[in-house]
Design a protein around this ligand. Structure first.
Ligand SMILES: N[C@@H](CCC(=O)N[C@@H](CS)C(=O)NCC(=O)O)C(=O)O
Length: 212
């Protein structure tokens, strides 16, 4: 059986794993988990991920959930320098994946929920208090990211790594979420570099909400 990615493509977390697969040139079968239809709560999906959340990878019976774990798995499968063998080199990237899931994803998710998910799913008015909370968290993190990107072209140095794919995925909805990026010139430059990647363009083409 081929490698399968269970995703809802409009989501930035789906974008992350699809972007990684495209960047590494790894073939996959896209299995739609339509969140608008509650497919993440169906028994067949819960059997793959009891958390009822996408993305999920199934590679010939090896099942993984958590988007950053999936990115690491794809990087290992791709070989080469994508997942460095030396522990210090690898952990220099891993720490950014933890940063992404503990801090960056959490801050971005507040803004995505208020400005994108609520209108998309008809979940009520945007809460200005939540937007303010999300923006406060966002600024603290964007300052850190911008500082690193002033020192080198990509997050962890001069070469593109899984840290860029993981952290950059949130910006796949930047135009619609209006992250407060005005004062972060290095992030803007990096975002433009990511958008120019053929893999980014290929992933963007899948973002349109599924119509069934
Ligand atoms: N930390 C997880 C988060 C996954 C997640 O929260 N996915 C959301 C969509 S972006 C989901 O499937 N939500 C469905 C639900 O909560 O019912 C990851 O990075 O994979």
């Amino acid at each position: 059986m081929s490698l399968q990615l269970f995703v809802f493509p409009p989501s930035p977390r789906a974008f992350k794993v699809l972007l990684a697969a495209h960047q590494f040139g790894i073939g996959y079968e896209l299995r739609l988990v339509d969140l608008t239809k509650g497919q993440q709560r169906e028994p067949s999906f819960l059997a793959l991920n009891p958390n009822g959340r996408m993305p999920v990878l199934d590679d010939d019976g090896f099942v993984l959930w958590e988007s950053n774990a999936i990115v690491e798995y794809l990087a290992a499968k791709a070989g080469g320098a994508w997942l460095p063998a030396a522990s210090r080199d690898r952990l220099a990237l891993t720490r950014w994946l933890y940063w992404e899931s503990s801090h960056w994803d959490q801050a971005c998710a507040i803004l995505v929920f208020e400005k994108l998910v609520k209108p998309f799913f008809g979940l009520g008015e945007t809460s200005e208090a939540e937007v303010a909370r999300g923006e406060t968290l966002f600024h603290r993190l964007a300052g850190v990211l911008n500082g690193e990107l002033e020192k080198h072209r990509y997050v962890a140095g001069e070469a593109l790594t899984i840290a860029d794919l993981s952290i950059g995925a949130a910006l796949s909805v930047a135009e619609r979420v209006h992250y407060p990026l005005q004062n972060y010139r290095a992030i803007q430059r990096w975002h433009a570099d990511l958008q120019a990647l053929p893999a980014w363009r290929k992933t963007t083409a899948l973002q349109e909400p599924a119509r069934a």
